[in-house]
Design a protein around this ligand. Structure first.
Ligand SMILES: Cc1cc2nc3c(=O)[nH]c(=O)nc-3n(C[C@H](O)[C@H](O)[C@H](O)COP(=O)(O)OP(=O)(O)OC[C@H]3O[C@@H](n4cnc5c(N)ncnc54)[C@H](O)[C@@H]3O)c2cc1C
Length: 320
């Protein structure tokens, strides 16, 4: 039986829990004992999902004290000898993973987006050369296998509930902290398309009217995203590009307006709950992935939907 550790970043619990899906892909469901480590935090979100929750507890370790967090995780590994350590590629995770791999003298595969098996080898896949190629990286046997995992790519769903034990781990190698948290502020509404519940996404079919997407986005409290065709033509920033060389998104609703559905675009749509596509070509690949397909002109669709939403709102408020 393998032993795997995931790090629970308390600022991004969902992406941390989703690391369990990666473990299932690596070893097969039920073939690994799972540990979830968190720092001065109960980690209750992982209750029933992992075998053990390990609370690294030491009041001297401040929240963003990566040196001491690395010390704690290194010590934990020296005791438990994990086969793999998985860290979410969050802000904290991106700083933590390379530090820990240096300490453990093992390689790190950063920003993993897929797990594959070839000729008996486990391959960790990650984009390379600005997303132009996907590189499959194998581990030659030195343990633990270490990786950071791109956010919103994997999705852990399990009907099964585990009996989870709690372990309180008191690290011994803690140094006086060199950092002090002076202030923390609630983040303002994010402009990152990865945080949006609804995305209004435009492609080559709306190239001449891309600005119209804002109308619909405003009505639905959504954000606008785009295919690479739009970004390459200079109509939108790379920050809102969905796809292999853009961002991976997982909104509840993705409205694809005039998007063909190339493989590279679809790669950014891993965990989208519902897709509505509007296209003049019913055979465009995006249509076969969609929950609802509207065959027709995308700009006309926007106009009609906006009008309908406004009319309904007027009826609800009695025109006030
Ligand atoms: C290494 C590499 C990485 C890439 N990475 C990405 C990436 O991250 N993201 C990405 O998106 N692409 C990426 N691409 C590009 C990708 O291959 C496609 O070229 C691109 O996605 C096409 O964009 P599109 O579907 O918007 O446009 P098009 O291919 O031009 O498709 C337009 C669609 O709109 C429809 N249409 C036309 N007029 C209308 C209308 N009036 N109303 C409704 N529908 C209409 C058409 O039927 C068609 O289906 C990458 C390519 C490479 C080689």
């Amino acid at each position: 039986m393998k032993k795997s550790l995931i790090f629970l970043d308390h600022e991004n619990i969902q992406n941390s829990i989703d690391l369990l899906a990666v473990i299932d892909l690596m070893y097969g469901k039920g073939n690994s004992i799972t540990y979830a480590a968190c720092l001065n935090h109960q980690g209750s979100e992982a209750m029933g999902l992992v075998d053990h929750i390990v609370n690294i507890q030491d009041d001297r370790i401040e929240n963003h004290d990566l040196i001491n967090l690395t010390n704690g995780l290194e010590e934990l590994h020296r005791i438990y000898a994990f086969d793999s350590i998985l860290i979410p590629a969050t802000h904290t995770g991106r700083m933590l993973a390379p530090r820990l791999s240096m300490r453990l003298h093992v390689g790190l595969v950063a920003d993993v987006t897929a797990i594959e098996h070839h000729n008996g080898n486990l391959e960790m896949v990650r984009p390379a050369f600005s997303g132009k190629i996907m590189a499959g990286i194998i581990n030659r046997g030195r343990l633990p296998v270490m990786m950071s995992v791109r956010q919103n790519v994997f999705n852990y769903n399990s009907a099964e509930t585990k009996e989870t034990s709690r372990i309180v781990f008191l690290p011994t190698n803690i140094q006086p902290s060199t950092i002090q948290l002076l202030e923390s502020k609630e983040k303002e509404r994010s402009l990152d398309i990865r945080d949006s519940e609804i995305l209004i996404s435009g492609g080559g079919g709306v190239q001449d009217n891309f600005h119209c997407l804002d109308l619909l986005a405003n009505e639905l409290d959504a954000q606008v995203s785009a295919s690479r065709r739009i970004v390459d033509s200079g109509l939108a920033s790379r920050r809102i590009q969905v796809g292999q060389s853009g961002k991976t998104v997982s909104p509840r609703l993705y409205i694809a307006l005039g998007i063909y559905g190339s493989l590279q675009h679809i790669e950014g749509l891993n965990n989208v709950e519902n897709i509505i596509s509007v296209n003049i070509d019913k055979d465009a690949p995006i249509c076969s992935l969609s929950d609802i397909v509207v065959v027709g002109d995308a700009v006309e669709f926007i106009d009609q939907l906006v009008e309908k939403i406004r009319k309904n709102r007027n009826i609800e408020t009695g025109g006030k």
